[in-house]
Design a protein. Structure first.
Lengths: 302, 321
């Protein structure tokens, strides 16, 4: 009698749950100090930028002739620019635009690249070769040249920010599509995919439910690298004067004041803050990306 | 190999044809046209302008205009610049040597620095020197070229006064003299370093990792067991194998230099193709704009071709067919 109760209580013991790959990855990522510090930095930058209207009292648009090109002081933490606008306030608002453009471009590129890459990889045959020829075609465009030309075409006809996001995204999805396609090609040979097809899953369901979750880690890592690239692209184009419209502050627009030798040489407080903001943000995103790559790679031990 | 090369070159033709259609349509979509470059600017009589517009074919159907443009283009006639009133090919030919000079200097800097740093870091991995080089690489890869350029001008040109901050040559010097060439070299150095920083970082990183990987290979162990001196193992066994893959980056570099030149030349106000491209966009100088866009697209395609062919030459295991 007693023996059986022992057995019953043993049976009631919770079975040891094996940790899922995602939990393993999370644990590995949390232990990576550099990546965690970078993530914290990014979160702070994002919060400061998105709460800019509540944190600052200065007007970013009004030109203030009385306070032109003031050096940093107690009233203006980072000084004022050539039109008398507070640099710190513009830095926060600029961060908001740069981050919004970066995130929207990344999401659009990932979406387009994944849809096209997954379709090409899953269906194969003529669909594959047509989609991939199109991808090759888009990839052969010299990116910088065509972004500038396209922006000049649409400039002033539509909302500048939206045009910029669409143009950048339309010219950048090629590499994501290629990567997703090659991953899907390898993944669809597995038996569970054949099983899913044999019980009558529609292609849409097979791709979304079975294939995409298995290539998600690659997409996430690609997305992080893309996010950094997109911030560089946005600020670089704005620096050249072909990006975000000049009246909207963005980090690249603020940096373009360094084109004037006088500002570059003797008023460093105007251009150094956006330059450092871009650099540190990109570095932080790259560190997070490296951390994610390590964490999601089951073979790396750290 | 030859068959593959020929097929790839033939494959470039439809690609260039499609790109030319895109370039032409974009130029047509942009506001304004290049009419003002072809007519007498002093005559503002609307009847004269309308007459000339008709005569020069601006009212023809779009496909006819395209065919005329592309057939002229194939024969080397890129049209007349609307701003400078001289053939676009002349302006481009004038700027071209500057850009080629900048590109070659930047490639040279990349190869020399990447070779020195990469072979040092690969030979002594995980030491202080290697960590320094890795830190440099990280910065080189993460820092966008326009920020690096702005900082380079601020520090090296303005504060330290080591380099000039703009132009391609000191204009007071006579062409062809030694001091003229020294001045050109002096002017191109800073932009070339900035332009080459990204490739230098990626080359160095690649070379380092490849050397470390090769050090663990069997043939290196055999060489060690034979008693080959360590420096000789690195020089003639490891380096020879590690240098080869780096060669294939040349093709990708051509594409990178194309887009890099636009940004770098603008920062340093260096009179090359990239700067000409941007000014032709802002000034709506269509013939020049279209010619440069075609030229840069061709260079990018050409770079991809070189990369693919070099892969095959360098590594016979890659079958090209």
């Amino acid at each position: 009698m007693q023996v059986t109760t022992v057995k019953e209580s043993q049976l009631k013991l919770k079975p040891v749950k094996s940790t899922s790959p995602w939990a393993l990855a999370r644990r590995k990522f949390l232990r990576n100090k550099l990546a965690m510090a970078s993530l914290l930095f990014l979160i702070i930058v994002a919060i400061l930028s998105f709460l800019a209207p509540y944190l600052t009292t200065q007007d970013i648009a009004r030109i203030n002739i009385g306070e032109m090109s003031l050096a940093p002081s107690g009233e203006h933490w980072l000084g004022t620019d050539k039109s008398g606008r507070d640099v710190f306030t513009r830095l926060l608002y600029g961060g908001r635009i740069s981050l919004i453009v970066g995130i929207s471009c990344t999401l659009l590129v990932i979406l387009m690249g994944t849809v096209i890459g997954a379709m090409a990889g899953y269906f194969g045959g003529i669909i594959d070769s047509m989609l991939m020829r199109f991808t090759d075609f888009v990839l052969t465009f010299p990116f910088t040249v065509f972004v500038i030309v396209l922006n000049a075409v649409f400039f002033g006809k539509l909302n500048g920010l939206l045009v910029l996001i669409l143009v950048i995204s339309f010219l950048s999805w090629g590499s994501v599509a290629r990567i997703v396609r090659s991953k899907i090609l390898a993944e669809k040979e597995n038996e569970y995919i054949m099983a899913a097809i044999s019980i009558g899953c529609s292609p849409f369901k097979v791709i979304v439910k079975h294939l995409l979750p298995n290539v998600l880690s690659t997409i996430i890592v690609q997305g992080t690298i893309l996010f950094a690239t997109m911030i560089v692209v946005e600020s670089g184009l704005s620096y050249l004067g072909f990006g975000v419209p000049a009246e909207i502050p963005s980090w690249g627009n603020m940096l373009s004041s360094a084109n004037e030798p006088d500002v570059l040489q003797s008023k460093p407080w105007i251009w150094i803050p956006p330059a450092l903001a871009i650099t540190f943000t990109i570095l932080a995103i790259n560190f997070v990306g490296e951390g994610l790559k390590d964490a999601l790679n089951p073979r790396s031990r750290r | 190999m030859l068959k593959y090369t020929i097929r790839r070159i033939l494959g470039m033709i439809p690609m260039l044809f499609l790109i030319s259609i895109v370039v032409f349509s974009l130029a047509k979509l942009m506001p304004g046209d290049s009419l003002s470059g072809e007519i007498d600017p002093a005559n503002t009589d609307p009847q004269y302008i309308a007459e000339m517009r008709d005569k020069l074919g601006y009212n023809d159907p779009v496909h006819e205009q395209y065919l005329r443009w592309i057939s002229n283009f194939m024969q080397g006639d890129f049209g007349k610049s609307t701003r400078y009133k001289i053939p676009a090919s002349e302006i481009i030919a004038e700027r071209m040597p500057n850009t080629i000079f900048l590109g070659l200097m930047s490639l040279l800097i990349t190869y020399v620095f990447a070779f020195l740093m990469g072979s040092y870091a690969g030979r002594k991995p995980y030491t202080l020197g290697d960590n320094f080089i890795s830190a440099f690489n990280y910065i080189g890869l993460a820092l966008p070229s326009f920020i690096a350029g702005v900082f380079a001008i601020y520090i090296f040109a303005f504060n330290l006064g080591w380099f000039p901050s703009n132009g391609s040559v000191d204009i007071s010097l006579e062409q062809g003299t030694l001091s003229y060439w020294i001045s050109r070299f002096h002017h191109v150095l800073l932009p070339a370093i900035v332009l080459g920083a990204l490739s230098t970082a990626s080359y160095t990183q690649f070379l380092r990792n490849d050397i470390i990987e090769n050090t663990r290979k069997d043939y290196v162990r055999t060489a060690r067991a034979k008693g080959t001196p360590e420096h000789k193992i690195y020089r003639s066994h490891i380096m020879r194998n590690s240098i080869i893959p780096v060669v294939t980056f040349l093709g990708i570099d051509i594409g990178l230099l194309v887009s890099g030149a636009i940004i770098t030349e603008t920062i340093f106000t260096y009179p090359g193709i990239g700067q000409l491209f941007l000014s032709s966009v802002t000034q709506r100088d269509y013939p020049v704009l279209m010619a440069i866009t075609m030229l840069l697209s061709f260079l990018t395609l050409f770079g991809n071709l070189i990369a693919d062919i070099l892969y095959g030459i360098v590594d016979p295991r890659i079958r090209l067919d």
